[in-house]
Design a protein around this ligand. Sequence first.
Ligand code: AMP
Length: 489
Amino acid sequence: MSFADLGLSQKVLSAVTDSGYLNPTPIQAGAIPQALQGKDVLGIAQTGTGKTASFVLPMLTRLEKGRARARMPRTLILEPTRELAAQVEENFVKYGKNHRLTVALLIGGVSFDDQEKKLERGADVLIATPGRLLDHFERGKLLLTGVEILVIDEADRMLDMGFIPDIERICKLIPFTRQTLFFSATMPPEITKLTEQFLHAPVRIEVARPASTASTVTQALVKSGSKPWDKRAVLRDLIKEEDEAIKNAIIFCNRKVDVSELFRSLVKYDFNAGALHGDMDQRARMTMLANFRDGKLKLLVASDVAARGLDIPDVSHVFNYDVPIHSEDYVHRIGRTGRAGRTGKAFTIVTRSDARYVDAIEKLIGKSIDWHSGDLSTVAPSDDTQDERPRGRNAKSRSRGKDARGSRLEAKPEKNPQPETAEVPDVAAERRSRKDAIRNDNADRKVQPEQRDRPARNHRRHRDDDDDINTTVGFGDETPAFMMVSAKV
Ligand code: AMP
């Protein structure tokens, strides 16, 4: 089957041809003809299957008739994260290059004013995260009664992030006669209920979920003690060991607090690293991604949620700083390398307490993963159990560290562990820019003024950007040093 068989308009077909795609993917072949006929679609597909084009292309074709009115968007696409929303916008730019359509992006972390101006001029396509959309609606800047097509993308991710009440509310604000295109990688009961409530006789299109990893990816488990400084040292050794083989790599952490911490540590050790986590403002995230895509950054530290759905080019290496708790996440992570028959390497750092997660992963992928240089039997149990102070050469300076956090306790970085520093002649400037990176990361971790200004509605706090499913308890990793000193009785 070719794109020409799907019923798309000439303008859309010519843009698709220009983008170099020859044949529709299964989700595109299934969804596009149905969407063009105005039917509701329930697409069960994950990112990487070409699902974005499966709704963007028919929408463009259908939008060729009619025009936008002020504050009344004609179509609405809901995305769980800002990056996904921005990525969908890029798709509209790419495939809509022969159209004169106005696309407005309503996401958190950027000013309301510019977004309002765009709404005022009239938008054909509105791409939004649920929180920011409702904020605009409540300010009276938006009418949803003109929406003809509603797309709900990554619905299961919306569920994980607590957006379902917002989605229900938005669905009720849009006319009953609309067309709904609904996409989810999985169908938990809450999502099924949502589809039963808001979709009308949908055509169900299901695309197989990969439960296996590409055979071109070499996978390995790497033993480590369980303390953050142990894991960071293991990671640094691995990166140095792979050295020139690494073209670019993603380092996955389970929690966003660890993303930030690890990023700072890597920068401190002169690695060419960037980070992607939910507390960063939109501009910083987009810059970071662009730098990684352009090859200016070699290592990208990310959480699953921050990286999910992002169209990141094939990478040579994936490092799992943490073993993923959900085994499907392992398959997603590893899927970032070894694409299209290319080779890739995936290393997973494993501590004693990770055994059951590794078992679940091996069960899912149907094979066991080899250990890189010896299994955990060579890691002393005490490494995992005692409240360990770092040992070795720098033990003294480490134990005088300022607080209980691994990064502060770390030894001074060894000199130039990364060969790429040699490529940069102005070492002082490079160092300054690394310091800037950390300063920016610090700033990004502060509450955005827009979040502060929001009315206190508990259930909606951080809904645009909170991608951390593991809530921090108490002080979390920020526990002050004086609280860690044992009391004398
Ligand atoms: P998505 O699942 O929408 O995130 O798309 C994943 C990747 O597949 C993106 O890089 C798309 O540009 C690419 N893609 C989408 N449709 C096709 C197609 N028909 N043929 C080849 N690549 C595609």
